[in-house]
Write a protein that binds this ligand. Structure first.
Ligand SMILES: [Zn+2]
Length: 351
């Protein structure tokens, strides 16, 4: 307990020092000095963007970025690095060309509606060419909750209910007292406890748990806010110059699917997106994307399905000549200074 408390304090001090240095512009001379470094390419991965009007419950920083933080990151990367679109990055890697400067590529995973509403105008303003890996089964086709990922469905159920308490035991989740649903901190805690229980289940049981939760909370999923993109919006992003890649259909971790089913998702998601946007789909990103969530066999299957690049969530820099079928990426951390520091650590480690 004391140890956790101490590490929390240490984290806050570190955040404070990084933020003070950043806002006092202590880093500016450093950035000027290293501008021509030319070492490698970093892919920055975003998921959902939120603003003050968004109805959401806290989730990890890596999957949810406030729009002000997003804008600050765009301002910094467009000033201090070369921003490169995904397709050009893959051209460099395929040709084994050295990068003239350290390069950053901005990508989004999953297909949240805020990518269109909040992300697209900012990327246009800062001249940052972005890419979206969309999971086709998650695209909203009925203007309602259709396609929402399970964690968003859980969030919407908790935010939408009029009930003020829930007994997890009624859902077969043991070991927790009755959950209060009155105030935001209560909801945050309920989201963590129920989310943890749901994550441990297989997709069919998870779906069943959420259906029972919705019944218990007397909430109609048809009333949920739409959180995923529509195909119209995906087309809008493509028209604005975004590269649209595939993230599979069902957002199931590929190594947990029978191999033939995984291959079907690779081919069919590509076909569906191409039919919708009338452009070739050339890039794929594995759902979840940790080392255990993909394999070399699956990366080869991506190539056979017609993709020219495949991305994981294994963190790291892409050096000249790196294999485009195993692109590394970096997630966003808790603040702009911490994210920039993490980026710089990658570039410095490669120097
Ligand atoms: Zn994803």
């Amino acid at each position: 307990m004391l140890q956790a408390h101490m590490s929390n304090i240490r984290l806050k001090v570190l955040d404070g020092v990084a933020a003070a240095m950043y806002w006092a512009k202590v880093w500016q001379p450093y950035f000027r000095m290293r501008r021509a470094a030319g070492k490698g390419a970093l892919i920055l991965t975003f998921h959902r963007l939120v603003d003050d009007d968004s109805h959401y419950l806290f989730k990890a920083h890596s999957v949810q970025t406030h729009v002000r933080m997003f804008e600050q990151i765009l301002a910094d990367i467009s000033r201090h690095y070369r921003v490169m679109d995904l397709n050009t990055l893959v051209d460099y890697l395929c040709e084994g060309r050295p990068f003239e400067r350290d390069s950053i590529t901005v990508v989004f995973d999953d297909g949240y509606e805020d990518n269109f509403r909040l992300g697209m105008p900012l990327c246009t303003r800062y001249g940052v060419p972005a890419a979206l890996y969309v999971a086709t089964g998650c695209v909203a086709t009925d203007g309602g909750s259709h396609g929402a990922l399970w964690n968003d469905r859980l969030e919407q159920a908790l935010l939408g209910t009029c009930y003020t308490a829930l007994n997890p035991g009624d859902l077969g989740i043991e070991g927790h007292p009755s959950l209060n649903l009155k105030h935001r901190p209560d909801l945050l805690q309920a989201n963590v406890i129920l989310g943890r229980a749901a994550k441990a289940l297989a997709p069919v049981e998870r779906n069943d748990l959420l259906t029972r939760l919705e019944k218990l909370l007397a909430i109609d999923p048809a009333t949920y806010r739409r959180v995923m993109l529509t195909w119209d919006e995906v087309r809008g992003l493509a028209r604005a110059g975004w590269e649209i890649g595939s993230h599979g259909i069902s957002h199931t971790i590929m190594t947990r699917l029978p191999f033939a089913d995984a291959c079907d998702e690779l081919r069919e998601s590509k076909r569906q997106i191409e039919e919708q946007i009338n452009r070739p789909v050339r890039h794929f990103a594995f759902p979840n994307g940790n080392a255990e969530d993909f394999s070399e066999q699956l990366a080869t299957a991506c190539q056979e399905a017609g993709y020219r690049s495949v991305a994981s969530c294994v963190t790291g820099l892409n050096m000249p000549g790196a294999n485009p079928l195993s692109l590394r990426r970096m997630g966003i951390t808790r603040s702009v200074p911490r994210t920039l520091l993490a980026m710089e650590r990658h570039f410095m480690a490669a120097a």
